[in-house]
Each structure stands twice: as C-alpha cells, then as structure tokens.
Ligand binder design. Structure first.
Ligand code: DX5
Ligand code: ZN
Length: 214
C-alpha cells in the first residue's frame, strides 16, 4: 500500500453536484478530501464556508482536509472543527509569529490534526522551529486563491529541509500537482498531494489518483 496521502481539491468539482463528485473521488481511492476555504481578504477569491463543510461531512466517508486561506483563522477554528474538519490548516502569513504554537495547540484540543501552510514567498527556514508541534506542513506550490495554476518548482525545494528535520511530519503540497510535478515533490520528501484540476479534469480518475499514489 502506498504511504502517499492523496487529497483531491473539490474546488475543481461541480458545486451543483458536490455529493456526486465527492463519491467519484472516494471510489477512485482518494484518502482525504481537500476543502479550500477562501475569504476574499487573505486571498482575492471567496469559496466554501462552515455550512457547506458541515453538509459535506454528512456525505463524505473520508477525512476532511480543510485549508483555511483566511484572515483571523483563530476565530474560525471551533466552527470548522465542529463542522467536521479532521485536519485543519491555517496560513502562517495570517497570524503573528508568537501566535503559531498557541493556535496549533488549540486546533489539537478538538482532537483533530493541526496543519500550517506557507505561501510561495515565505522561506521555509522561517517555520522550521514550529514543525515539532505540527501534524502537517502544507507547502503551497502556487499563489493561493485559484485552482488550475502552474506549478512553481522552486517552491517544491522547500520540502527537503523540512523533511530533514521532521521525518514523521505530514508534508503536503498544493497547487499545479499532476503525475509529473507530484513525482518531483515525492522525491523531495512530500507524502501528501493535493490536486484539483488534474484529478477532476482527468478522463480516468482511478488512474490519476493511482499515479499520484505511486
Ligand atoms: C489554491 C488551492 C488549491 C487548488 C489546487 O489556492 O489551495 O487547493 O484547488 O488546484 P490545482 O490542483 O488545480 O492547482
Ligand atoms: Zn488548497
């Protein structure tokens, strides 16, 4: 069995047929379901919020991997945890450095995994000291905000120093991931791949997920 966690981003699903599109990736072997929460402030786009996440929880049979691209993530941890998030990831750039550890511990009080994400311009060296407390580091390989963007290969290089100091950490990448770019990230030490466009626009979803897991 592969130890790569594949998390399809439902940002590329048909929102009018969300349950159908969740079942499609579940049947094709998805491990987690990636939910992109955007507030129109931290990123220019607005997407999914708490009520939709709670509705997804009722139909999904795999863990909900919730990626918060929002300002003031502290305010929304409890609502998203109660809506059914199993992994809750906030952005390092949305909080003050001295709030990181407290926020991480707060997420864990809900009995769920705590993740932190960095945008392309944030050096990974800045966050290495937080890794021992985190369950997951999410390295963005595009500017957050939209699906379907081009993979930034220099961002993938950030995986290596993180993996060196944190052998057991879940290191996830998100943005422009397909079979080829996913391989680059796995070679650097990533063990979780998010993919929206590549999975949902593929003619053979089973094969697309299998290639990411390989
Ligand atoms: C971008 C989101 C991603 C996005 C990925 O801000 O965080 O999760 O849906 O989409 P693709 O895989 O199409 O780049
Ligand atoms: Zn995402």
């Amino acid at each position: 069995m592969s130890n790569i966690i594949v998390s399809p981003s439902i940002l590329s699903a048909d929102f009018a047929n969300l349950e159908r599109d969740i079942k499609r990736v579940e049947k094709a072997g998805a491990d987690w379901l990636h939910i992109d929460v955007m507030d129109g402030h931290f990123v220019p786009n607005i997407t999914i919020g708490v009520p939709v996440t709670a509705s997804i929880k009722k139909v999904a049979n795999i863990p909900l991997d919730v990626h918060l691209m929002i300002e003031n993530p502290q305010k929304y941890i409890e609502p998203f945890a109660k809506a059914g998030a199993d992994i809750l990831t906030f952005h390092y750039e949305a909080v003050l450095p001295d709030e990181v550890t407290q926020l991480t511990e707060y997420i864990k009080t809900f009995g769920i995994k705590a993740g932190m994400s960095i945008k392309p311009k944030t050096p990974v060296e800045e966050v290495l000291k937080y890794l021992p407390n985190l369950d997951m580091l999410l390295i963005m390989t595009v500017e957050p905000g939209f699906g379907g963007q081009k993979f930034m290969s220099d961002c993938a290089e950030k995986i290596k120093p993180a993996r060196e100091i944190a052998p057991d950490l879940i290191i996830q990448v998100d943005g422009g991931i397909n079979a080829e770019t996913g391989k680059i990230c796995k070679n650097f030490g990533a063990n979780s791949l998010v993919a929206g466009n590549y999975i949902y626009n593929s003619e053979d979803i089973n094969r697309a997920i299998a290639l990411l897991k390989a």
